[in-house]
Design a protein around this ligand. Sequence first.
Ligand code: COA
Ligand code: AMP
Length: 636
Amino acid sequence: MPAASRYPEAYAAWTRDPETFWAEAARAIDWVRPARTVFDPGAGVYGRWFVGGEVNACHNAVDRHVAGGRGDQAAILYESPVTGSRRRITYAALRDEVAALAAVLQDLGVGRGDRVVLYMPMVPEAITGMLACARIGAVHSVVFGGFAAKELAARIEDAAPKVVLAASCGIEPGRTIAYKPLLDEACRLSAHRPDACLILQRPQAPASLVEGRDRDWAEAVATARAAGRAAPCVPVSATDPLYVLYTSGTTGKPKGVVRDTGGYLVALAWSMPNLYGVAPGETYWCASDVGWVVGHSYIVYGPLLHGCTTVLYEGKPVGTPDAGAFWRVIAETGAVTLFTAPTALRAVRKEDPEARLMRGHDLSAFRSLFLAGERADPDTVAWAEAVLGVPVIDHWWQTETGWPIAANPVGLGALPVKHGSPTVPMPGWDVQVLDEAGKPLGPDRMGTLAVRLPLPPGALPTLWRQDARFRESYLATYPGYYNTSDAGFLDRDGYVYVMGRTDDIINVAGHRLSTGGMEEVLASHPGVAECAVIGIRDALKGEAPCGFVVLKAGVERGPGEIERELVALVRERIGPVAAFKLALTVGRLPKTRSGKILRGTMKKIADREPWTVPPTIDDAAVLEEIEASLRERGLA
Ligand code: COA
Ligand code: AMP
């Protein structure tokens, strides 16, 4: 460990006295009223942070920077290769736009604690929409644009928003996706109907508006601005939710992860200088999507809280127009860091293994590359280090945690990198490896990664209106711990290794998906008797879903036809982001004598890993049939 790193000192300070540690970190935030108690162990499910404090997230992310002299600095640099446009939005312009939109929301009846769902592509209005909610104490819930109407409906039903903010379309390379019909369908499917929808008309596919419900976003904001309307920031309790973000659970019903306001602001504000090593005024680029937690924390709130310029990128790592896009944007925006998913780098490397497209771009200001969302395979990390010549930092986190559990804190001084490890737990996170009985395991022993309670500021206090589901999903298996549902180990130096999920979640191109949810869709097809979905290894996307189906007796249509229908059905019900392209008809599914499907063994076969016949299997020949059908498709 180089003497230069202040990490051991910071982690020890937190261990010694967590409340003092977080009270000091809380100084980076403007409070309307300071917290009465830094941590109240008796509040909420496992305690609450900054109880009694009052704060406003939008004030901290926007207004205070204008007041502090950053009004002319770019808050957002919007880079949109898919539309061929770019915009520079200053902090002062952002404040005015957000305050006007917040007034429009108030006119639509939205107040403190009300929910607003956003269904938006990567356009600046997605950020103004989130901040406008935060400004008036409303709770935003952003739904990723790659999700289908049914998924959007499930979120609308659960969050029960007064208003939906949506764009008329999203743009994927080579095609425009009309969002409005998906929104209309979602409103039809949901038992809850929003009072109003504010629609951002994009010239690529303007939408027709539903009389009485839909309003034109630009018109409404322009009218508010012409009338001099500007909503002030409304103080909220530190423990009030800033947002609800739905993520895949083990069933088709997504989990509404609640993010409290005060703790989140404190944790993000701590992470910007100490973990990411960026200073106010610098440009920070996170190439994720506002629909994911990474986008919430490090496209929107983190960089803006810290007075940075955030890059909002509406494009892909490859194909918009080529694998040099990342390098061009870094050079043109002056970004000092990039945060992306390993899958994006694999895509770039595949197209441009020598990184020839990097030539001619001035990357001299660029200091570090951060990776998250899935395991960073050592090969990809080594490639990125070689072509970029800067530290490549893997870090581990989840929608639930809001910010990284483990990382290499470059701001405190980087620790030596070990490929395959996201380095060490951050202050706030007491990471343990537990065996099945919940007993902590020693170094190098594989088990479930769990975090000793309480979770730090910024992590979820509960699930939206579902304390019982929160307890059952995360706290019940190992009393006193939060179960990450990731498997892994700690080495002798305390480095964390995250090897994969212990549940049915898979990670497809950095997108978190539930195989259980896909199984529900396959099972709803009238020709399907039984099914199992597993994630199989994919060189580009990390994992790709593969569905095995047993058809009902007497089904007359050929398996090929039904397989095509199943692929279309998952796309229609879950969305293109599920990337479900492979359905295989088999005669039987391998099961234990008690009827449990042997998904783990099926995965090993598909991944070409050594596998053995489990002693509990009902009929071992089924596994050979599975292997044969995979081989037929060139997959095993
Ligand atoms: N709206 C609508 N559709 C979307 C979408 C969105 N916001 N995002 C993705 N999709 C669609 C894609 O167009 C694609 O459709 P297709 O089946 O018709 O081709 C499908 O969903 C699957 O998308 P994806 O898995 O992203 O694959 P891809 O082939 O388009 O791109 C990568 C592959 C690796 C370039 C891309 O996945 C990527 O950049 N991943 C990084 C993800 C990331 O940053 N995650 C955040 C965690 S940090
Ligand atoms: P999400 O909630 O979408 O952020 O996905 C969280 C899951 O992604 C985690 O539980 C892990 O399984 C996986 N993940 C995220 N970051 C990493 C990482 N750095 N290394 C290994 N797995 C990761």
